[in-house]
Write a protein that binds this ligand. Structure first.
Ligand code: ZN
Length: 192
């Protein structure tokens, strides 16, 4: 499965939309990614998880770690394909923590998965958590990278697809300047 196939799944699930959107930051953008639109469709989502698992084959990982909430779904399914265990990093007072009796051994080989890379914050939090246990991070896998190359990890990592999304302050938004109405989420399919 190559980047085009993966993007096709995102489009097919209507997770990736083009138009004129107001982001939660207040900025305007031409692309909107609604990750749960894909995650709520297991028959599509699982195909991406299968590809992630395939890319991790030979890594020697014995555990997949994913951050709440989307990362739980992905970690579970990737681990299922790899025949290994999945554990989840939940929000703590500072950064992420393991709850529910989850733990890692020193040197234990793990991979980290998440759905979308924007600032990398959740992945960096998982890295910090895993380092506290001195586990061995042998790979990081993302479904979609929309960081525009601004996020770099010091571990082997891949994103199955990349999109470049621009965003602007509302008073500098060229789509507003063109008088284009703000798109209601989900009302329009992504056009390639
Ligand atoms: Zn605008």
């Amino acid at each position: 499965m190559n980047q085009e196939d993966v993007l096709q799944l995102f489009k097919q699930s209507n997770a990736l939309l083009s138009g004129h959107f107001k982001l939660s930051s207040g900025r305007h953008s031409d692309i909107y990614y609604e990750k749960f639109t894909l995650l709520k469709q297991p028959s599509l989502c699982t195909r991406i998880c299968e590809e992630m698992a395939r890319r991790f084959s030979g890594s020697g990982a014995v555990t997949v770690v994913g951050p709440t909430t989307g990362g739980i779904i992905i970690a579970y399914d990737v681990a299922r394909y790899m025949g290994i265990e999945a554990i989840y990093a939940e929000p703590g007072d500072q950064g992420r923590v393991f709850k529910r009796g989850f733990s890692l051994d020193r040197g234990q080989k793990i991979v980290i998965v998440d759905d979308v890379l924007t600032t990398g914050r959740s992945v960096f939090e998982v890295i910090d958590l895993v380092k506290r246990y001195q586990a061995n991070i042998v790979g990081i896998g993302l479904m979609l990278d929309r960081s525009n190359g601004t996020v770099v990890f010091e571990y082997p990592y891949f994103a199955l697809a990349k999109v470049s999304a621009e965003s602007w302050a509302p008073d500098e938004c060229p789509l507003c300047a063109q008088g284009i109405e703000i798109t209601q989420r989900g009302s329009r399919k992504f056009r390639s």
